[in-house]
Design a protein around this ligand. Structure first.
Ligand SMILES: [Mn+2]
Length: 416
């Protein structure tokens, strides 16, 4: 009887700006590998996004390699495909390095000349073939371009693509591939990319996504209840939950409350003992009186920690005060809207409109493909500083945070 593990979307190195969550994420992977050793699986399949980016920090790499070498030492083989996060089209990714070091084997040997997939044969006799994730949404044509042939004997197909038949609402249809494009004749289809626990069947064979082992963004933690992976025993996937820490989610709707009422409501959250290690507090809605800034969320955070939570994250992006005015503007482009608002409502004294416009456009720059979050933030800072230093801004002075850190969102949440 064959027993193997199927995991995906470990995103090691994610939560770069939240050391606690980064650690939980690493620990989840180590725990998953430990369970694989304990359960004596024959091999482990990693269906993409083992790392959060193609060139992660060395301490992250070190932890991951240690865990995998431990498994390899027990005779457990590891097979991986690239995900959308740990693949780099122009440079070698860490996945390539670890394959060269024989930590694991990539199962994505695509034979370009023949337009076929090649299979890797595990000592159990099972063959494994895979297709990596792609960032450029060409998955469907990629699948169509390959001349799939029925595998010989028992085989597993690994993929890192959302399927239309199993599409969560937040994934766009254009990014998905219909299940009919998956090759026929495999006994197990090991999916990755979708950070959700999902199970389906194709011609009697399981088609599954284990979801993330921990998650890579605040949204993942807030939305997906499960974190774990599959152990597949005799072709039957059994989900293993990794939840030793516990996550508490509190959603507070402040609509119709004054700041004082909201403070009272929040104080009820830390009146008892909190047994979960991770506490996610979401506060949203429109206050009847006062502004969100009147509430000391830092104090709320500290009180929740005192009540037992090890890590607290407060999402108050959708909390607003009443005295925010609603303005209607009609212009042809975002830039025009901004310009007319700046003209109409003015900028702080001494700041001219074109400066404000240029600064806005710098701050709106998006993270480039393959760029790390640190590089991205560094680039925004240096561009913004070049602009600030090059312009006489009169009375308004800007000071860089002395810690050199600036968070672009409340949580440093990172995209999937
Ligand atoms: Mn992923």
């Amino acid at each position: 009887m064959v027993r193997f593990a199927h995991m995906a979307d470990c995103h090691l190195g994610a939560f770069g700006r939240n050391p606690e969550l980064r650690e939980y994420n690493l620990k989840a992977f180590e725990e998953a590998v430990d369970i694989c050793i304990e359960r004596e699986v024959d091999f482990i399949i990693i269906a993409g996004d083992l790392f959060h980016n193609p060139h992660p920090d060395m301490d992250v790499v070190n932890r991951a390699v240690k865990a995998m070498i431990e498994a390899r030492g027990r005779g457990i083989r590891i097979y991986a495909v690239y995900g959308s996060h740990d693949f780099n089209i122009s440079k070698a990714s860490l996945i390539d390095v670890l394959e060269s070091a024989q930590v694991f084997k990539k199962v994505v040997q695509y034979l370009h000349d023949e337009g076929k997939l090649s299979h890797v044969k595990d000592p159990t006799g099972i063959s494994i073939a895979g297709m990596s994730g792609r960032k450029n949404r060409m998955d469907a044509s990629y699948y169509e371009s390959i001349d799939f042939q029925e595998p010989d004997g028992d085989a597993i197909f690994v993929f890192h693509t959302p399927l239309s038949e199993m599409k969560p609402a937040d994934i766009h249809e254009s990014e998905t591939v219909p299940m009919s494009l998956l090759p026929d004749g495999y006994k197990y289809y090991a999916g990755g990319h979708v950070h959700r626990l999902l199970e389906h069947v194709k011609d009697g064979a399981p088609v599954t996504y284990p979801g993330a082992t921990f998650g890579s963004s605040y949204t993942d933690l807030e939305r997906e209840e499960h974190r774990g992976f599959f152990i597949v025993d005799d072709w039957n996937p059994v989900y293993i939950e990794l939840d030793s820490f516990g996550i508490k989610r509190e959603d507070v709707d402040a609509t119709g409350m004054s700041t004082r009422e909201l403070e009272e409501k929040l104080s009820a959250l830390y009146s008892g003992k909190i047994s979960e290690e991770i506490f996610l507090l979401k506060v949203h809605g429109e206050l009847t009186e006062g502004v969100p800034e009147d509430i000391d969320f830092n104090e709320v955070k500290q009180k929740l920690e005192k009540a037992g939570a090890k890590t607290v994250f407060v999402n108050r992006r959708q909390l607003s005060g009443k005295n925010l005015e609603r303005i209607k503007v009609r212009e042809e482009s975002t830039e025009k809207v901004e310009e007319s608002l700046l003209e109409e409502y003015g900028t702080p004294e001494g700041v001219d409109i074109s400066f404000a416009g240029q600064l806005l456009s710098i701050l709106k720059t998006e993270q480039a493909d393959g760029e790390t979050k640190d590089d991205y933030e560094g680039r925004l800072w240096s561009d913004a500083w070049a602009l600030i230093n090059g312009v006489k801004i009169g009375k308004v002075s800007a000071e860089k945070d002395t810690s050199g850190q600036v968070s672009l969102s409340d949580f440093g949440g990172e995209p999937e």
